[in-house]
Design a protein around this ligand. Structure first.
Ligand SMILES: Cc1cc2nc3c(=O)[nH]c(=O)nc-3n(C[C@H](O)[C@H](O)[C@H](O)COP(=O)(O)OP(=O)(O)OC[C@H]3O[C@@H](n4cnc5c(N)ncnc54)[C@H](O)[C@@H]3O)c2cc1C
Length: 513
C-alpha cells in the first residue's frame, strides 16, 4: 500500500511480516526498484529491496568517477550542449580527450530570460529558446529519464552521472524516474563545472555553420562568427530542431535521409480527473503521486500514441523561429500544477505526404513539418497562441463554443483543428482518442482541450552513420543523438553521446575503462 512505502515504520513492519521476521530484526531496507501498480481496484507499490538484519552491514555505494585532466589532451569538437553533447563531453573526460563544446544558445541561466520572453511576449530568439541553449531541449522539460530501449547502452552510468551532478538518488529506483525542470537547470550547470574543471571548454552563442572537409575527412567546424575549431573528430549533436544543419547537408550533398516521425496535438485534462481514472475514484491515497498514463493504438497503418506525458505540468511554446507554432510539455519536480498534458501523436511516413513533397527528397518530411507549423501559426492570427479545440468537439468535427481553462501561458484561440490539420492525422487522432477513452473511462471528455501542433516529437531527417557511428560518407564525423535520428529522449540521447565517444576512442586506440 502507498502509505506503507512512505511511512518508514510501516514499511519495516510490512517487510518483517513478509519475511516472517520480528519487527526489531529489520535494521535497514535499501529500496532498489519501485513502481506503482494501479491495474486493480487497490493501488500498490511494487518494491524490490535488500533487507538488512544487522545494522552495520549496509554501506552506501560511492559513485566512482574517473575523469582525467584533459587540459593538454587532443581536442574533440562537440556541437550542441544537449544531453547527447554533454554526456559525450563527460565521456571524453574519461577517455582522455578535451571536449570543446560549441553551443548556439546561451548558458542555462541567461537562457531563462529568452524563454520568458518567448512565453510571455511571443518573441522567439532563434538561438535561445525551449529547444536551444545549454542542456538542449531536455533542460526545461519534465526530465523523464526512461527509454523504451534498454539495449542501447549503460543506463546506470547516465543515472549515476545525473546523481553525481545533483539529481536525487531516487532516480535509480523509480521505474519511471523524472527530475523536473526546476532541478535540471542546476544539474546542467554542475555538469559544466565538472567539464571545465577537468580542462574542457564551452563556447556559448557559437553557432556552427559549416564543416571543414579535406579529402572526405572532417577536420573541424566553422562558426557563424567566422572562427574555426579543429579536433580529432566532430560529434554533431544538434538536436531535431536544428533545421539549418539539415539544410547545410542538403546543400552540400552530404548524405541525409527522410526519417518517419510523428505529429499530432497536445491534450490537456484536469490532473484530478486523470488521478481519479488511474487510481479508481476520488478517495485515492494522498501518498500517491499525480497519475500518469501511456496509451498506444494502431489506426489503419498509423500508430497513435501518447508522448512525453507530463502529470502536474504545463504546456509550453517550443517554436525555434518566427512564424512557427509548436507545443510541448514540461513539469517541475513536484508535478504540482492542476493539469495533466500529453502529446498524442500519429506516425508520419513519406508515403502519407501529398505527392508535391517528393521534390524535396530527404527533406520531404521536414518540409511537411514546417508547413503544418506555419499553418497553425496562421490559424492563431500569426501569433504563438495555440489553435485549440475541446477534445470531444475535435473528435466530432464540431466548432468549440468555449474552451476549457488551460496551462498554456501564451493563450489559446478557438480553431477548427479537425479542418485545419492534415486529414490523415485528424482521422487517426479521432479514432485514437475514442479508443483511449474506451481504455481509460473518462479520458474522452469535454473537459479536455487539444492544442496544436505537437510536431517536434523526433527528427524528420536522419544523418546516417555506419556501425562504428561514423557518418556513412564523411570520415571523423559522428552524427549523434536525436538530431541524427538515432535517439529520442534524454536518456537515449545521453547514451548515444557516450557510445559515439567510445567509438572515437576505439578508433584512436585510447584506453577505456
Ligand atoms: C519542452 C520539452 C520537454 C521534453 N521533455 C522530455 C522528457 O521529460 N523526457 C525526455 O526524455 N525527453 C524530453 N524531451 C525531449 C528531449 O529533450 C530530447 O529528446 C533531448 O534533449 C535530445 O537530446 P540531444 O542532445 O540529441 O538534442 P537537443 O537536446 O535538442 O540538443 C541539441 C543542442 O544543439 C544546439 N545546436 C543546434 N544547432 C546548433 C549549431 N548549428 N551550432 C551549435 N549548437 C547547435 C542546440 O542549441 C541544443 O542545445 C522534451 C523536449 C522538449 C522540447
Amino acid at each position: 500500500m502507498p502509505e506503507q512505502y512512505f511511512v518508514e515504520k510501516r514499511m519495516y513492519q510490512a517487510v518483517a511480516r513478509h519475511l516472517k521476521l520480528d519487527d526489531k530484526d529489520v535494521k535497514h531496507v535499501n529500496v532498489l526498484r519501485r513502481s506503482i501498480d494501479s491495474r486493480r481496484s487497490k493501488v500498490y507499490y511494487h518494491v524490490t529491496a535488500e533487507v538488512y538484519t544487522h545494522s552495520d552491514v549496509y554501506k552506501k555505494e560511492i559513485i566512482q568517477v574517473n575523469y582525467k585532466d584533459v587540459n593538454q589532451a587532443e581536442p574533440l569538437i562537440i556541437v550542441g550542449a544537449g544531453p547527447a553533447g554533454l554526456f559525450a563531453a563527460l565521456r571524453a573526460l574519461e577517455v582522455g580527450l578535451k571536449p570543446i563544446i560549441l553551443e548556439r544558445g546561451k548558458n542555462v541561466k541567461d537562457r531563462k530570460y529568452d524563454i520568458a520572453k518567448l512565453t510571455k511576449e511571443g518573441i522567439v530568439n532563434s538561438d535561445s529558446n525551449w529547444c536551444f541553449g545549454e542542456g538542449g531541449a531536455g533542460t526545461y522539460s519534465d526530465g523523464k529519464l526512461y527509454t523504451r530501449s534498454t539495449k542501447r547502452g549503460n543506463i546506470t552510468d547516465v543515472l549515476n552521472k545525473f546523481i553525481e551532478h545533483g539529481a536525487s538518488e531516487e532516480i535509480t529506483i523509480d521505474a519511471h524516474a523524472h527530475i523536473g525542470t526546476d532541478r535540471l537547470s542546476g544539474i546542467i550547470a554542475n555538469i559544466r563545472e565538472t567539464i571545465e574543471n577537468y580542462g574542457g571548454e564551452y563556447h556559448f552563442s557559437t553557432r556552427v555553420v559549416d564543416l571543414m572537409v579535406q579529402d572526405g575527412k572532417v577536420m573541424g567546424v566553422k562558426t557563424a562568427d567566422g572562427a574555426s575549431y579543429e579536433g580529432v573528430a566532430v560529434v554533431l549533436a544538434t538536436g531535431h530542431s536544428a533545421r539549418d544543419v539539415y539544410e547545410l547537408f542538403y546543400k552540400k550533398n552530404w548524405k541525409i535521409e527522410a526519417k518517419p516521425f510523428a505529429m499530432g496535438v497536445r491534450v490537456e485534462h484536469p490532473q484530478e480527473l486523470i488521478n481519479s481514472i488511474q487510481y479508481h475514484g476520488e478517495n485515492y491515497s494522498s501518498y500517491l503521486p499525480p497519475a500518469t498514463y501511456s496509451l498506444v493504438t494502431q489506426v489503419e497503418n498509423h500508430g497513435v500514441f501518447s508522448f512525453c506525458m507530463c502529470p502536474g505540468g504545463i504546456i509550453v511554446p517550443a517554436a525555434t523561429a518566427e512564424g512557427q507554432q509548436v507545443v510541448n510539455g514540461m513539469s517541475n519536480s513536484r508535478r504540482n500544477s492542476p493539469y495533466a498534458n500529453s502529446g498524442i501523436a500519429v506516425t508520419v511516413n513519406e508515403t502519407d505526404l501529398p505527392s508535391e513533397y517528393s521534390q524535396h527528397g530527404p527533406l520531404s518530411l521536414l518540409r511537411f513539418q514546417q508547413d503544418v507549423e506555419r499553418s497553425m501559426f496562421a490559424a492563431a492570427g500569426n501569433t504563438i497562441k495555440a489553435p485549440t479545440q475541446r477534445l470531444n468537439d475535435f473528435c466530432n468535427g464540431k466548432q468549440s463554443k468555449r474552451l476549457n481553462k488551460c496551462s498554456y501561458i501564451p493563450g489559446c484561440v478557438e480553431a477548427p483543428l479537425h479542418e485545419l490539420m492534415p486529414p490523415f492525422i485528424v482521422k487517426s487522432l479521432q479514432q485514437g482518442f475514442r479508443f483511449f477513452g474506451s481504455r481509460m473511462k473518462g479520458f474522452y471528455t469535454e473537459s479536455a482541450n487539444v492544442l496544436a501542433v505537437e510536431s517536434r516529437t523526433s527528427s524528420p531527417v536522419r544523418i546516417p552513420r555506419k556501425e562504428d557511428y561514423e557518418h556513412v560518407q564523411l570520415e571523423n564525423l559522428y552524427p549523434c543523438g536525436e538530431g541524427a535520428g538515432y535517439a529520442g529522449g534524454i536518456m537515449s540521447s545521453a547514451i548515444d553521446g557516450i557510445n559515439c565517444v567510445n567509438a572515437i576512442a576505439r578508433k584512436a586506440n585510447l584506453t577505456m575503462e
